[in-house]
Design a protein around this ligand. Sequence first.
Ligand code: FAD
Length: 300
Amino acid sequence: LDTPLFAGLPGDIRVSFEFFPPKTDALMAQLWDVVETLAPLRPEFVSVTYGAGGSTRDRTHDTVARIIREARLPAAAHLTCVDATKDEIRAVAEAYWEAGVRHIVALRGDMGAPGVPFTPHPQGYANAAELVAGLKAIAPFDISVAAYPECHPDSASVEADIDNLKRKIDAGASRAISQFFFEPETFFRFQDRLAAAGIDAPVLPGILPVSNFAQTRKFAAACGAALPQWLESLFSGLDKHPASRQLVAATVSAEFCRRLYAGGVRDFHFYTLNRAELSYAICHLLGRRPQGETPQENAA
Ligand code: FAD
C-alpha cells in the first residue's frame, strides 16, 4: 500500500471471468465481443451462470460449449440443484461431460420467490455439499463451490457457514469462489477464519466492478452483502454524468483490487455482467497484459 499507485505491478495474478447466458442472438454477439476482448488475458477459466431453478439450462449449456469449442478457453458451467431431481442433474451433468465441459460450479440455488426458505426437492440433493458428491460420482469433474465472506443469510452462524464450506471441499470441490464484498478487510478476515478452520483449498475473491450503483444495491440486498456508506456517497450525484460515473467506477474498483493485491491476494474472479471494460482495465492496472505483452516483456 505504501508503493506509488500501481507502479511496477508485475502481473503475477490469476484471473477468471464470470458471464451470464445471453437471452437473444444480439446479446450473444455482444457477449462474444466481451469473450474475445478478455481471452488474451489468459484467464484460468471463465464461467457461465445457471438461471434460477434451471431456467437457463439450455442457454448455459450452449454458451459454455461454444466458449470451449470456438474461443478454446477453459469454461465452467454453473449448476444448481434447487427444484431438480437427482436424475435431472445427472442428465445435465452427462450432457456437459459429452460437450467437453470438465469444470462445474456446483450450487444449491434459491427458491423462485424472494424470501421463500429453501426446501430440497424430495428426489433431489439437499444442499451443495450433496450435489458435489453426486457430481463426482457421475464423472471426474473439477468442481468449484460458493463461499461467503459475510456469511450466507441462511446460515445459523459464521462457524456453521465455514463448516458448510468445509463439507463442500471435503465432498470433492477443489476451490471456492466468494460472493462479492466491498471492503478488502472483509476478505482478509474471512481468510483468517478459513485458515483457522484448516481450509487450504483456494478461495477466489469475487470482484463486482461497480458501475451502476442502483443495480449494485439490488444485488447486495439479495445476497446480504454490506454496502458501505462511502460507496454510496462516491456514486451519489453522478446519475446524469455517465462518463464521470465510469471513471469513478474504474477508480473505486481498481483501488479495491490494489488493496487486495497488497494484502497478498493473487486470484481475482470478476463478475463481469457481460461487460469487458472495467475488468480489462483492472487487470491492466494490476499488470496483467495480453500474451506476449507483460510489463517485463515490454521492458525487455
Ligand atoms: P449451500 O452451500 O448448500 O449452503 C446454503 C446455506 O445453507 C448455508 O448457509 C449453509 O450453511 C446452509 N446449509 C447447507 N447445508 C446445511 C446442512 N446440512 N445443515 C445446516 N445448514 C446447511 N445461483 C444461481 O441460481 N445460479 C448461479 O449460477 C449462481 N452462481 C453463483 C456463483 C457464486 C460464486 C456464488 C457465491 C453464488 C452463486 N449463486 C448462484 C447463488 C447461490 O445459489 C445462493 O447463494 C444460494 O442461496 C446458496 O447456494 P450454495 O451453493 O452456497 O448453498
